[in-house]
Write a protein that binds this ligand. Structure first.
Ligand code: NCD
Length: 331
């Protein structure tokens, strides 16, 4: 079976592959991507990054109107999309918490909400608590849907900036050994990152988590079938010494049935400078999608391997590049 056929089989129904052409397409899953499309995005990201802010073409997205539709809380994703849109001269509407402030509170369906907002705007950036919601929106929306997180499903734009940060540090995305730690079961950023890494040959990811927060078996098989080598561990002493990156995550409190269940799982692995020296190596990079809630101490921030705030910065440039490409503009 060719790669393209395999990708088609695993893609959400009705969602197109990017294949080097982002123009007008929904971005709901990392499974739409391939290495060439990622390289193109990184090329534009690099240009966005190296240009002085005043040199960004403020007219690049002139006449375009973007809606940020966020059913769940967000800091980095929402404000970086907002900032990216404004740097490029797009107009912007922000609907936070539509469950309270829009007709959703009167019982309007998700589908009608999407149909309505698609009439006013040229793109909808959507965050929603339900897995598959971005795909559902994409099937009925006249304008591109960008998935900014669908429950425990995916968070493709976060994975793109995570991959960019790994690439920036290592110069490659293949033949890497890395660690993803924390809530692997519920962490959507990890899911998209694993999809991203499985596109490239020779990658191995050690998944460090309590047994209860392991990947669902279906997901585990999906990534392995995609060519990624996964090793599940529960003890930090099993972290490989030759990791290029560590991807730490928080335990996803909002996905647990009770506070007790959450507390029993939270903060099993806390990165401190000593932990980093004990289990890491000199050349690795420490990443985290943020927010952190105790699993990396503030003393760790001054360690040159701590790159999570660089990730935050990269998020702006990656999203500027993505908006530019989806609107079919050149930069
Ligand atoms: C993540 C998310 O919302 O999935 N945050 C983010 O977008 N940077 C990670 C998290 O909430 O743990």
């Amino acid at each position: 079976m060719s790669d393209i056929e395999r990708d088609h089989r695993e893609l959400p129904r009705g969602i197109e592959l990017i294949k080097g052409d982002y123009s007008g397409k929904h971005v709901v899953s990392l499974r739409q991507f391939d290495p060439e499309s990622i390289s193109l995005l990184f090329e534009i990201t690099d240009r966005m990054r190296t240009a002085e802010l005043r040199e960004f073409v403020p007219g690049l997205l002139e006449g375009k109107h973007i809606l940020l539709l966020f059913y769940e809380p967000s800091s980095r994703t929402r404000v970086s999309f907002d900032s990216a849109a404004q740097h490029l001269g797009a107009r912007l509407s922000v609907e936070n918490n539509p469950q309270v402030f829009s007709s959703v509170s009167k019982g309007e369906t998700f589908e009608d909400t999407i149909r309505t907002f698609a009439k006013y705007t040229d793109m909808i950036v959507l965050r929603h608590p339900e897995i598959g919601s971005a795909e559902k929106a994409a099937k009925i929306s006249e304008v591109p849907i960008i998935n900014a997180g669908d429950g425990i499903g995916e968070h493709p734009t976060q994975a793109l900036l995570d991959l960019f940060t790994i690439w920036e540090h290592t110069g490659r995305l293949e033949g890497l050994t890395g660690v993803a730690a924390g809530d692997i079961k519920n962490g959507r950023t990890v899911h998209s990152l694993l999809d991203g890494l499985s596109m490239y040959p020779g990658n191995t990811v050690y998944l460090l988590s309590p047994h209860e927060l392991r990947l669902d078996r279906d997901d585990f098989e999906h990534y392995e079938a995609g060519g990624l080598n996964l090793v599940e561990i529960e003890n930090p002493t099993d972290i490989p010494k030759d990791s290029s990156f560590w991807y730490w995550t928080r335990t996803q409190k909002e996905r647990f049935a009770s506070l007790e269940e959450y507390e029993a799982m939270a903060n099993r692995y806390i990165v401190t400078p000593e932990f980093l020296n004990q289990h890491g190596n000199e050349d690795m990079v420490l990443l985290h999608p943020l927010p952190r809630v105790g699993e990396i101490t503030e003393e760790t921030d001054s360690d040159p391997r701590a790159h999570y705030f660089q990730q935050v910065q990269n998020g702006l440039h990656v999203r500027m590049a993505l908006l530019t490409l989806v609107f079919g503009r050149r930069f």
